[in-house]
Design a protein around this ligand. Structure first.
Ligand code: NAD
Length: 244
């Protein structure tokens, strides 16, 4: 049965691959984008090729007013969503000595507050249907910590705590909430890392290679499907063994 999915930051990188993957599974997709309307339209076209409905909405998901208007559009266009993928995220890496308050606030707002805002808005419809799948994109760094990423790792660890609390709070309404903790996935976010950092990270990956966005999308498809209905409150690491 066709379900409706919302993927935040779905116009590029992992989010785009997730949006396309869900469309391939026969779901309609609403994706949010932050800046580039061209790449959002491209993602919409790719989804439509699979015969699914696709809508791109410009929204800064760290701002309540933007999330409110996103859900007004969802309500008008499709009623409500069945699957929520909280994927939008940023990095502003620095050692704590050099990290500004602004860098801390921005990363926490985009990566963590956004998850609170979208989840709160999404569960109204899910509770009525007594069904929903919420999938939060965390990071292995939220589990392991990482020097130079105090803000990012705190935001991703916060997502894990929120995921577990929501799994407990929402299970009685048929809503499953899980987190995915990717290791190193090849996207624009990781492209900007220096070669020596990439080499160091590669040496810590037992499987010996970096993942593609498709690897995360495959896992999202499983968690969004009925095949995973008995799984909730889990953090699934997809990291080539980086954090064994
Ligand atoms: P990316 O930079 O390519 O994409 C991030 C997406 O988030 C973009 O679509 C961007 O427009 C969107 N976004 C950023 N700020 C936003 C805002 N305020 N409102 C709405 N959307 C916003 O990065 P990616 O590698 O595709 O990362 C996707 C997710 O996966 C992020 O949450 C990231 O932290 C997480 N992650 C990535 C890796 C990796 O190795 N690439 C590893 C672990 C976790």
């Amino acid at each position: 049965m066709t379900k409706v999915a919302l993927v935040t930051g779905g116009s590029r990188g992992i989010g785009k691959e997730i949006a396309i993957g869900l469309a391939k599974e026969g779901h309609d997709v609403i994706l949010t984008y932050n800046s580039s309307v061209e790449s959002a339209n491209q993602a919409v076209e790719e989804i439509q090729r699979f015969g699914q409905k696709a809508i791109a909405v410009k929204a800064d998901v760290s701002i309540k007013e933007d999330v409110d208007s996103l859900f007004s559009i969802i309500s008008e266009e499709v009623g409500s969503i069945d699957i929520l993928v909280n994927n939008a995220g940023i990095t502003k890496d620095n050692l704590l000595m050099r990290m500004t308050e602004e860098d801390w606030d921005q990363v926490l707002d985009v990566n963590l507050k956004s998850v609170f805002l979208t989840t709160k808005a999404a569960i109204k419809g899910m509770m009525k249907k007594r069904y929903g799948k919420i999938i939060n994109i965390s990071s292995v760094v939220g589990v392991m910590g990482n020097a130079g990423q105090g803000n990012y790792s705190a935001s991703k660890a916060g997502i894990i705590g929120f995921t577990k609390s929501m799994a407990k709070e929402l299970s009685s309404r048929g809503i499953r909430v899980n987190a995915i903790a990717p290791g190193f996935i090849k996207t624009e976010m990781t492209d900007k890392l220096a070669d020596n950092i990439k080499e160091m990270m590669l040496s810590e990956i037992p499987l010996g290679y970096f993942a593609e966005p498709k690897d995360v999308s495959n896992l999202v498809n499983f968690l969004a499907s009925e095949k995973s209905d008995y799984i909730t409150g889990q953090v699934i690491q997809i990291d080539g063994g980086m954090n064994i």
